[in-house]
Ligand binder design. Structure first.
Ligand code: T1G
Length: 686
């Protein structure tokens, strides 16, 4: 029987089966909730029904509340009302799970009387990743099932657990055979009905916690929770419920949830959730455009970048040929890859077999000709235009017709590289971020002549290798590095004018970045891209390089490092800063933290607006996605453009005008910002 568009109610003997089919993930939208409520009412009223199975069709059990509905006035029955309907059922309700039972989906399963799942199922409460907390009893029921400590770990990490683990800790009552969920759930329901046991409710179990658990938990995870508001509310929701009744605990949970839902961090993290998924939508591509087959990949260069890039494809079982110019470089590169995999195996992330399977995908070679059967070749050689152009000329002669030729350049002109080949339509940029086997961002540079099918293939491939692919236009530094250059220029300027590198790092790290720009430079190496023969002492960075201070690797750069690489502000660097200002004739002055933050971040926002206005980025949220996944912008601040909207573009415009008057044209507001302010809009509407 069809209850509504997404809900069916059918029978298997005395067992009623309520099935939801609401693609893509059976989110608990108003239509879904209404369907379940109506189906349950019919099943309750039917005396021939002994028990009810609640399950979903498609790829997963309910994957949570419908995130698009959050923050809007709830349409009844809201999730808690639906839970009461299920929890107070006059007959057993069995939740039958597959896919990922997440958030409100798991919270709904927790009010069922029994839970069964296939072995491949996962479950969890990932609300914290949205800046939220479980808002439908999860903080009250989960601890009653798995204990307070395990519940806190699950809710503050947001990470799902597998069905075996869920059964072991009592979250699932039993496992169904893979592919036989419906049959096994019906059989389980029959057995539960036949047993005629009282309908035990999770809410009736005691909620207890070891003395000192909550403060110990806070202390243990303080670093991970730094800057975040949701974890503390999750901990409080459990801690404060210990002396309360279940209903009082539920009310307290709702208040703590509402606090987060109304807060800036949840708005930012929900923005990020959808922004990352929207980035894969390329307006310039015709709908349903066919992609090209990629069954064999070539990577040129086995260094840090080339090795990391190659791992991405080996990870998904694609054969990769890695070409180097010298055997020892090739051996070293393959050795580092093996060590990376073996380290993952030591951490339990890979089995020994998987290590060998991945290594078996990798073939080393010293001959470019060995790339003649590759569908895609990616170069990761020295970042110099003539080197890359020469390579592409040779590659053009070797690669098979139709092969995609990609450059991993981080800021060079992709059109100029494509132009030296006879196949510019097959050339584009695939800008990976170091370490390329770890960083999620992939800037896909759509060059002037890149064929749409080639672009579509790159976008699909990004998803295949688990990257967040963002299509960007061809300009110096594309999106991320172009804005990074704007920030670096201001960071150096405020140091020349009166701040110290550690002041800038304190402000940027205090904003939520893992580390500031100068500490980052010390980590990467001040001498990256620096040549002694061309050095003229034109910046403090050059002066430090000329002194042999290349950062952590030489024990000192802007900071001095002890044997454990603990950083302390360097008196040598401080002296170099003072001397540099004096040589430049700059009268040093006090530079406030607010000025440091505004100059560094608003220079980025203004550059981002120009990038948007030039069409180098498709949408403002793509720029946010780039900075969150490639440059460590704190996700709970939504990205530079989202943050500017939260500050308010009128305020941003006013600050930019003031900064332009004091510090030059780099702060002259992008015309896009002026247009948006004039029309009362934000970057989200651009
Ligand atoms: N609501 C609305 N849309 C959702 C959604 C959700 N919960 N989850 C996914 N989508 C959309 C997504 O935008 C995309 O749309 C499509 O589904 C496929 O997603 C009260 C308040 C389930 C593991 O946080 O983790 O419950 O781009 O590309 O890689 O306590 O989606 O195709 O148009 O990610 O296979 C808690 C979030 C909500 C789960 C599948 N639940 N989703 O991954 O596909 S808050 C979550 C995921 C809550 C309660 C609280 C993943 C996935 P489009 P996808 P995937």
């Amino acid at each position: 029987m069809q209850i509504n568009d997404v809900t069916t109610l059918d029978r298997d003997g005395a067992i009623a089966i309520v099935t939801i089919d609401s693609p893509p993930v059976n989110a608990l939208s108003a239509t879904v909730r209404t369907g379940v409520a109506e189906a349950m009412a019919k099943a309750y009223a039917d005396d021939t029904v002994a028990a009810i199975v609640l399950m979903c069709a498609g790829r997963t059990f309910f994957a949570g509340a419908d995130i698009t509905e959050l923050g809007k006035p709830p349409i009844q029955p809201d999730l808690r009302a639906l839970q009461r309907i299920v929890e107070d059922a006059p007959k057993p309700v069995i939740a039958a799970m597959h896919g990922t039972a997440l958030g409100g989906g798991l919270e709904l399963a927790l009010v069922a009387h029994r839970r069964i799942a296939v072995p491949s199922a996962k479950c969890g409460l990932p609300e914290v990743k949205l800046g939220l907390m479980p808002g439908a009893g999860g903080t009250q029921r989960l601890p009653r099932v798995v204990g307070a400590e395990r519940a806190l770990e699950m809710m503050t990490s947001g990470e799902p657990i597998g069905a075996d683990e869920a059964e072991r800790i009592g979250l699932f009552d039993r496992l169904a055979a893979e592919g036989a969920l419906r049959e096994d759930a019906v059989a389980f329901a029959r057995a539960v009905a036949a047993a005629g046991e009282p309908l035990e409710k999770v809410r009736d179990r005691p909620l207890t916690a070891e003395p000192g658990l909550f403060d110990a938990f806070r202390a243990t995870h303080a670093r991970r929770f730094r800057g975040l508001t949701a974890p503390e509310n999750i901990i409080r929701s459990v801690e404060q419920a210990i002396p309360l009744s279940f209903e009082e605990g539920l009310t307290n949970e709702r208040d703590l949830f509402r606090e987060l839902l109304d807060g800036p961090q949840s708005a930012a993290l929900r923005h990020v959730f959808f922004a990352e998924r929207q980035a894969a939508r390329v307006d310039a591509l015709p709908k349903g455009i066919a992609t090209l087959p990629v069954n064999r990949v070539g990577v040129i260069g086995a260094g840090t970048m080339g090795g990391g890039i190659a791992m991405n494809f080996a990870n998904v079982g694609l054969p990769v040929t890695i070409v180097e110019t010298r055997q020892e470089a090739l051996d070293r590169g393959l050795g580092i890859i093996r060590r990376n995999y073996e380290n993952s195996a030591k951490k339990g992330k890979l089995t020994a077999d998987q290590v060998e399977q991945r290594m078996a995908c990798l073939t080393g070679s010293l001959a470019l000709d060995d790339l003649d059967d590759c569908d895609l070749v990616i170069e990761a050689v020295f970042e110099q235009m003539d080197v890359k152009q020469d390579l592409f000329r040779r590659l053009d002669a070797v690669a098979k017709p139709g092969a995609i030729l990609a450059t991993n350049t981080s800021y060079l002109d992709v059109d100029a590289i494509a132009a030296v080949t006879g196949r510019p339509e097959s050339v584009l940029g695939l800008h990976f971020f170091s370490p390329a086997n770890v960083m999620r961002l992939l800037e896909i540079v759509n060059a002037d002549k890149t064929d749409p099918a080639v672009l579509a293939t790159a976008v699909a491939l990004a998803r295949t290798i688990g990257k967040v692919g963002v299509v960007v236009g061809n300009c110096f530094g594309f999106v991320g590095n172009r804005m990074l250059a704007a920030r670096h220029a201001q960071a150096e300027a405020v140091v020349n004018e009166g701040a110290m590198p550690w002041d800038v790092d304190r402000v940027i790290a205090g904003f939520g970045f893992a580390m500031g720009p100068f500490a980052m430079r010390d980590l990467v190496g001040l001498d990256v891209g620096w040549k002694r023969e061309a050095s003229t002492g034109a910046t403090v960075r050059e002066v430090l390089n000329e002194m042999g201070r290349h950062g952590q690797k030489t024990g000192g750069g802007y900071y001095d490092y002890d044997e454990k690489r603990t950083a302390t502000p360097s008196p040598v660097a401080e002296r170099a800063v003072f001397d540099f200002s004096a040589e430049q004739g700059i009268e040093r002055r006090a530079v406030s933290d607010d000025e440091i933050r505004d100059r560094c971040l608003l220079a980025m926002v203004n550059e981002g607006a120009k990038i948007l206005d030039e069409g180098i980025a498709q949408r403002a949220s793509d720029i946010d996605t780039v900075w969150i996944n490639g440059y460590g912008w704190p996700p709970y601040r939504g990205g530079p453009m989202f943050w500017a909207d939260q500050v308010g573009l009128p305020v941003v415009l006013e600050k930019l005008n003031a900064l332009a008057a004091a510090h030059g044209d780099v702060f002259v507001p992008s015309p896009l910002i002026e247009r948006l302010v004039g029309s009362g809009k934000g970057f989200a509407d651009a």
